[in-house]
Ligand binder design. Structure first.
Ligand code: AMP
Length: 118
């Protein structure tokens, strides 16, 4: 049994968050430390700790995360100019919260996706 994170409390509305969308499968809310004018997190309502834990049975929720990202990008007015969808995994990926989440980031040019670490 994986340990819940703060994101489970956001899903259950036990702690405050700026929730933009919620349905039976996913929840989307504004990142508390935005890295760009638009920075939204889209998460499955059930706990999947990392991308390594994604199973075929999660495909419906993962697909919903993608379609909700597209809808929210459109609503934020950043669809035409473009944006970035990011999912970090584990230590090397820089994952901090162990409940998978897709970052929807945009509203300005984002630069190269990666800079090589020496
Ligand atoms: P990651 O490094 O991919 O695990 O990203 C975790 C993200 O969660 C960071 O961008 C944090 O700013 C964000 N975050 C952490 N706690 C909260 C919270 N209570 N509400 C909204 N965003 C949060």
């Amino acid at each position: 049994m994986s340990e819940e994170t703060i994101f489970s409390k956001i899903i259950r509305r036990e702690i405050p968050a700026d929730i933009l969308y919620q349905d039976d499968l996913v929840t989307a809310f504004r990142d508390i430390q935005p890295q760009a004018p638009t920075h939204i997190l889209i998460i499955p309502n059930h706990l999947i700790p990392t991308a390594n834990d994604i199973k075929a049975s999660d495909e419906k929720a993962l697909g919903r995360m993608m379609s909700v990202a597209a809808k929210l990008a459109e609503e934020a007015g950043i669809a035409e100019d473009g944006y970035r969808l990011i999912m970090n995994c584990n230590k090397h990926g820089g994952q901090e919260v162990y409940h998978i989440h897709m970052h929807l980031v945009g509203g300005q040019p984002l630069g190269p996706i990666l800079t090589r670490q020496s």
